[in-house]
Design a protein around this ligand. Sequence first.
Ligand code: PGA
Length: 257
Amino acid sequence: MLGLQPKKVLEFMRKKLTIANWKQNTSQKEATSILMQLTDLQNNSSKSEIIIAAPYTHLHLLDEFNFKKASQDCSIYNGGAYTGEISAAMLADVGVKYAIIGHSERRQYFSENSQILKVKIKNCLQNNITPIYCVGETLEQRESNQTFKIIERQLKEVLFDFDISQDLILAYEPVWAIGTGKTASAEQANNVHIFIRQILATFLNKNFAEKVPILYGGSIKADNAQGLFSQSDIDGGLVGGASLIAVDFYKISQSFS
Ligand code: PGA
């Protein structure tokens, strides 16, 4: 479909990533307990790189642990009189290396559109924060056969003005699968991942399209991760609910062959 090489003959291996998205959950005590359990379970070896997207108030907890630090958002503003906002520069200042941008909950509950998301991505890149840009269709859009059209639009409107040789992670998160217990089948998800690479290769840069990690998100659990991660174009997961249970998240992070 793509004209891209299948994974096994690629000269490089794409990075394997497991990202916890804690959302607006956990007390400091609970968060520390998850991190301690994960550290014990990991015992210095892991089949994927683990990134924790903690609430702003918990980011400092990650300093004591060996996981990469991510935020779940950043402000559209770079600084100044914007009460309640946290800028990308402030996040970089406390060691944040990654930021989730365009999560469907932000699009849905906080009316974040492509224009806003584009600015947020620019702010991240200017502060050496790797954006984890999320795309995904709603159930209605899937059922009316608009999945590919929506994904293409979400990619084009937000990413295509950037010098995309910069670091980026993509996450395909079908809205109907987030927090619902319904997972896309491994094949359904992989088809969208292949499509994403095709769009990036056609309109941006073929080399980048082959190398960019594309994660799946939406009700990943310890018992379905392996099927998803064994697909040719799925490089890991963005995990919500199951990332709050250390043993489950650990199992997911180990579900790579
Ligand atoms: P979920 O959330 O794993 O609870 O479905 C995923 C996400 O929202 O990133």
